[in-house]
Every structure is written in C-alpha cells, then in structure tokens.
Design a binder for this molecule. Sequence first.
Ligand code: ZN
Ligand code: ZN
Length: 334
Amino acid sequence: MATEDAAPPHRADHGGHPDLDATDGPAAAAPATGEPAMADPPFRRDPLTGDVTFVVPKRQGRPNLPDSGCPFCVGGLEAPEPYDVRWFTNRWPALPDGRAEVVLYTSDHDATFASLGTTGARKVVDLWAERSAELGARDDVRYVLVFENRGPEVGATIAHPHGQIYAYDVVPPRPLDELRRADPSAFDDQAAGPDEERLVARRDGWRAWVPRAATWPYELLLAPSDAVPDLPSLDDDARTALAALLVDVLARLDGLFDRPMPYMMWFHQRPFDGGHWPEARVHLHIVPIWRSAGVARYVAAAELGGAVYFNPIDPVDAAAALRAVDPTAGALAP
Ligand SMILES: [Zn+2]
Ligand SMILES: [Zn+2]
C-alpha cells in the first residue's frame, strides 16, 4: 500500500499511487492557453484545509435553462437523431480536453430511471462501462467518475434523465482515501448489519444497504459481493443485476415520499492509471438530500467545521422505511 508520501503522479510509475500535487498536477500538464490561469493554476490545494478546488469561472456563463426546447430530446441540440442511450462531450465542461461527458439515459423526456425497467437501465450500465473503458484508456486520464445530479434541488438544470462523467488526470482525494483505507468491513457480509437490518434490496450478487455510519438520512451503498474492480469488468449477469437493483432502489426513493427524490449518485471504481489496486471494488454511492417530504437535510456549520456529521434518521429505520416501499407500485412509474 502507498503511504501519505505516495510517489508524484508520473504515469511511468505504474506501481505507485498517483496523487494530487499542486506543483505537478493537471495544471502543469494542461496545454498553454496564454491566460492568466496558467500563472495561477486552476487546480489548487488549500494550504490550510488540504481541500482541492478546480477553479472554472467560465462555467458561470453556461445557461441555467435552455432558451428553447429540451436539448436532449430527439431533434434537440445534443440529440439530432433517434437514440436509446447516448453520450456526448459536455458543451460546458468542468474539465478540459473532452474529459467531461453527458450520458443520456433515454430519449423519453418524462422517464425516470426506475421507469426504464431493467432492459432500459442495462443499456445505461453498458454505456457507463463503455465510456469508462474508452476514457480510462487515454494517457491523460487516471480516474473516471460516473455520476448524476437528479433534480433542481441539486443543480440539475435540465429535467431530461441524464448523468455525467468526469475523467480526471489524477486520482481524486475521496476515492484515493477509500482505497488507502481499504477497510474490509466496508463490503463484507456484515456491511448491511448482523441481521441484514440495513439491507434494502438485493439482486444476483449485488446488494443495496444503508451504511452504518450514513451521513445522510437515506444514503445508500450498492456493491457486488465479488470484488469486481470497475464497470468495464462487470460481466453480463452482473450488469443486468446492477441495472435491476438500480431500478429497484431508485423506485423506492421516489416512492418514499411519493414524489421524485432529489439525489446525487456516483460510482467509485479502480483508477485507470495502470497501477496495482487489488483493494478496488466498483460500488455506487447514492445520496438523497431529503430527510422528509420536500425538506432538505442541510450540511450545517458544525458539520463542515468539525467534520462530524449528525444524522437525524437511524440507518436501521431508514432501511426499514425503504424496504416498506413497493418499488413496482410507484406512482411515478408509467
Ligand atoms: Zn428532453
Ligand atoms: Zn466509495
């Protein structure tokens, strides 16, 4: 395992664990633009907190809402031809060089992820895997983060079902911390509780449960029982199981308060840096932001200030509430 003194992120060092480094990171490798940002690299680590920020002021120019029509519907700006699923490079990228993509889950504007059904969701899983592999094969990509912001409450400016992918030229701090911690209890048989009291649903080798130390009321973790390292490595059965489980739990989240649950979700997977990561296991974090119907759970000053979180819902109760929802009877599913 690497230590805190991990080798600097030189790609030739295949045995090392690339880390963010303000003096030798992506900013140094970025193409010269002649802009002041080069003198003060946009990728910065705060000397006091150690937090990493990518300063992207140009994104402030992106539209909050399209001027006319949905750009993701067939015939729209980003989807001229009929499609089932589709990806394209983000027109307003947070990362340069084609390393920010948008993934459209369906051409149906009014669909939810749950309404895609297992067949439709499987196409999304395949596209996530395909894009992870293609982006991960690039020399300037060390980590592929597949994610979604769902709902205006978390800043999704277009309602059409879609997610995003960021391909970093470093391994970001959060997944790197998880890999270094490599705590076997994160995914073992007890992860869902001794009596599976925090288990919400399962499908053929995949489980969804509320973490014991969840920081958000209805937070979920989805992981396979087998230590499959990344999305491209999931076999046919595992991809279908993931699709079915996602449809299940996202239907439960929408059914919990009988309205579309705003959430953030992201996959963690093996870094695509050529390094040796035996502890990597693909998994999905889902963070719904409501603690009751329409009531957001805010991260408060004591939590940001102390990095100790205060969860108003016992994870055992959260899991029981989600188990009690019938995922096939959701009012939102067509
Ligand atoms: Zn649309
Ligand atoms: Zn994770």
